[in-house]
Structures are given as structure tokens and as C-alpha cells.
Design a protein around this ligand. Structure first.
Ligand code: NAD
Ligand code: DAU
Length: 354
């Protein structure tokens, strides 16, 4: 028996987006028990959740979603009503050098969770929900025009996006085959606090602080659509409570930047905040070998979630970007902690040895 109105399992809650979602749910829904399941890979960090770790409605479980038995046990231990599944290997560059981790976690791990939920719910899906968090990268690469809608055919081009596409298909197959109460969302690039510094924005903030080169792949002309992470978490909350089962929802910032323009803007702001002569940080920009199979452009058409659920981004990019940069400057200890240890080895292999 549980005294909580609902028991919600959030996977990957110690990562970047997951930690924002856990924080939102723990604070907004004191009647829900939030169970954060995370393997604590290099990308998962309990320091992302210090402010809520002692909340009475929060529980942390360290486990690997690839371990099917552990997933079954978890569903036997807690009367789980809802799953919000974010746990994944999430970095495209790592998927290029080591695809198997992505196959195991993103595909096998997702199937293990679906199977454990299905076994536990045993055909009684009343009040139950399995929400799968995915990416716009499953749609492939756009040319100069057009946007991804929910109907855009899948065309993943990296081991990461192919593993996410595969998991999306399996989740929706469980809806059609077994009637599982699933919903899927595909979001564009997030930015904000607690973003691991292997990704473009936090990597460049960290390197500017240390006067290290800012590695720009190719000509820096690739385009990404950036969304403040708190707005993604708000969208996931709405989808969890009001999204239609069996549906997909695209989430995006309507905020396209070429990588080079984005990094130049970051350099200007960092010069101002660090009291450096304008132009100092931009001198660190260094063009390096392009990412293999580098998708040119992503852009999300978020009409469906806006019209059906009333969601749109609440934070303008200029404001979110400043907030993000300020957070990194004020949280240098966090940055130092997550970049010590295995990060150094990754960085050498990815950038220095090229
Ligand atoms: P992240 O890499 O910051 O965090 C992933 C989390 O999953 C970490 O806490 C890690 O420890 C955990 N994890 C990894 N393997 C695990 C396993 N086998 N078992 C249990 N836990 C495991 O990722 P993120 O950027 O927060 O992305 C979260 C989700 O959102 C992913 O599914 C990703 O595909 C998706 N997504 C990310 C973005 C983005 O811009 N970052 C955009 C759209 C969708
Ligand atoms: O679109 C959503 C996706 O966004 C998520 O599904 C992924 O989990 C997330 O990692 C992110 O993928 P990207 O590959 O777009 O993000 P990343 O920050 O790695 O790169 C952003 C852009 O910057 C991309 O065009 C590659 C480029 N880049 C990246 C790095 C790390 C560089 O030019 N130099 C770099 O050092």
C-alpha cells in the first residue's frame, strides 16, 4: 500500500533534463511519490538534485535499465502508476566511437522497462501511463527549409538517433500490439543548468573560462533549434497529464541558430561577464574536423502541442541564455567536479588526439 496518490518512476533523473523534470514533479506534486531510477553513468550526477534530495516524496534507486530482473523487481517493490523514461546514452559523438552502449541502454533498456510495466500492470491500464522521451534527431537532417512534424518519416543517421528511433518504434508497437498506454515526445536541443560539458554550450562555457580552444565542427554552419530545459520539463508535465495515448508530440524552441553564430554570441556575453576586452573569447574559436555524418539542420514544428495542450516556450532565448551562463559561472564547483576523472580522458580522445 502507498499513501501517495500516484507513484511515478522517472528514469535518468540524475541527468540533465531528468534532473529538471524530477525537481518540477517533486515540488509541484507533493502527493506523488517520485522514484528516480538512474545508473549514475558519467552523465548522471546526484549533485544535480541536492535541493530536493530530502523531500518526503522523493526516492532514489541506483539501477541499470539493461538489467531486466532489476526492472521487474522495481515494479514489484513500488506500485508504479506512471513511467517517464529519459534514461539514455545521449551524446552523438560517443555513439560514433562506441555504438554498443547505445544499443543496450536505449533499445534493450527501453524494452526491459516496457516489459516490466506490462507484467506489473497485467492488462489493467486504468490510470497507467508510459511516457517515452525522444529526440528530433530521429527525423534525420533538414535542408535550408522545412520543419519536422509528427508525420515526418523517420530517417536517423547516427547510431544515437537510430537507437532512439528504434526505441520510439518499439514503444508505439507496444501500444498497437498490447494496448499499453504509451505516449512519445520528440524534442529539439535543450540548454540550461546541469548540462554535461561534453555538449556544445557547456563545453564552450567551460573552455572560455579556462582559455581553451572552442572546437567548431566543420564550418560551424549546422543549425540547431534551442529550447530552455525548464520549458521542456513543462511540456513533459503537460503531456504526462493531458497527452493523448498512442500519440507523438514534437517539442521545440522555434529558435534556430548556426553553431558558429551561437558560439560567437556566447563569446560576447562571456567577455562582458568576465570583464574581458570585447573579442577576447572569440579568438579561441577553432575549426576542427567535422563530426561523421553531421546532420545539417533540425527544426521542430510544435503546432500540435501548442494547439492540443496549450504549450509554448515561456522563456525567451536571450533571457534563458544569460540565466544559463550565470548558472555556470556561479557553480564552478559543479563544473569542476563533473569534469574531473573520466571526462579528461574523453576530452583527450575526442579533441586533443585528432
Ligand atoms: P543525459 O546524458 O544528461 O542523462 C542521461 C541519464 O540517464 C544520466 O543520468 C545517466 O546516468 C542515465 N543512464 C544512462 N544509461 C543508463 C542505464 N543503462 N540505466 C539507468 N540510467 C542510465 O541526457 P539528457 O540530455 O538529460 O537527455 C535525457 C533524455 O532526453 C534522453 O532520452 C535523450 O535522448 C532525450 N533528449 C535530449 C535532448 C537534449 O538536448 N539533451 C533533446 C531531446 C531529447
Ligand atoms: O536535437 C536534440 C539532440 O540534441 C539530443 O537528442 C541529444 O541528446 C543532444 O546531445 C543534442 O545533440 P547535438 O548533437 O545536436 O548536440 P551537441 O551539443 O553535441 O552539438 C550541437 C551542435 O554543435 C552540433 O551541430 C555539433 C556541434 N558541435 C558539438 C560539439 C560537442 C561542435 O561544433 N563542436 C563540439 O565540440
Amino acid at each position: 500500500m502507498s499513501n501517495f496518490e500516484k507513484n511515478i518512476l522517472i528514469t535518468g533523473g540524475a541527468g540533465f533534463i531528468g534532473s529538471h523534470l524530477v525537481r518540477l514533479f517533486v515540488n509541484k506534486y507533493p502527493n506523488y511519490r517520485i522514484i528516480n531510477l538512474d545508473k549514475l553513468t558519467y552523465a548522471g550526477n546526484l549533485a544535480n538534485l541536492r535541493d530536493i534530495e530530502n523531500a518526503p516524496n522523493y526516492t532514489f534507486v541506483k539501477a541499470d535499465i539493461v538489467d531486466a530482473e532489476a526492472m521487474d523487481k522495481l515494479f514489484e517493490t513500488y506500485p508504479i502508476d506512471g513511467v517517464i523514461h529519459l534514461a539514455a546514452e545521449s551524446h552523438v559523438d560517443r555513439s560514433i566511437s562506441n555504438p554498443m552502449e547505445f544499443i543496450f541502454t536505449n533499445i534493450v533498456g527501453t524494452v526491459n522497462l516496457l516489459n516490466a510495466a506490462r507484467k506489473s500492470w497485467n492488462g489493467n491500464f486504468e490510470g497507467k501511463r508510459f511516457q517515452h522521451i525522444s529526440t528530433d534527431e530521429v527525423y534525420g537532417s533538414l535542408g535550408e527549409t522545412g520543419m519536422f512534424t509528427e508525420e515526418t518519416p523517420y530517417d536517423p543517421r547516427s547510431p544515437y538517433s537510430a537507437s532512439k528511433a528504434s526505441s520510439d518504434h518499439i514503444v508505439l508497437a507496444y501500444y498497437h500490439t498490447y494496448g499499453m498506454p504509451v505516449v512519445v515526445s520528440n524534442c529539439s536541443n535543450n540548454y540550461g543548468s546541469f548540462h554535461f560539458p561534453e555538449k556544445l554550450i557547456p563545453l564552450c562555457i567551460n573552455n572560455i573560462r579556462h582559455n581553451k580552444p572552442l572546437p567548431i565542427y566543420g564550418k560551424g554552419e549546422n543549425i540547431r533549434d534551442w529550447l530552455y530545459v525548464v520549458d521542456h520539463a513543462r511540456a513533459l508535465d503537460l503531456i504526462f497529464h493531458k497527452g493523448r495515448l498512442g500519440e507523438k508530440y514534437n517539442i521545440g524552441g522555434n529558435n534556430e541558430w548556426t553553431n558558429i553564430d551561437l558560439v560567437k554570441k556566447l563569446c560576447e556575453i562571456m567577455d562582458r561577464k568576465l570583464d574581458r576586452t570585447p573579442g577576447t573569447s572569440a579568438q579561441l574559436i577553432t575549426y576542427v574536423k567535422d563530426r561523421a555524418g553531421h546532420d545539417l539542420r533540425y527544426a521542430i514544428d510544435a503546432t500540435k502541442i501548442r494547439e492540443e495542450l496549450g504549450w509554448e516556450p515561456s522563456i525567451k532565448f536571450d533571457e534563458g541564455f544569460e540565466l544559463t551562463i550565470d548558472w555556470y559561472l556561479e557553480n564552478q564547483k559543479w563544473l569542476e567536479d563533473v569534469t574531473s576523472g573520466s571526462y579528461q580522458k574523453y576530452y583527450e580522445k575526442q579533441y586533443v588526439a585528432r
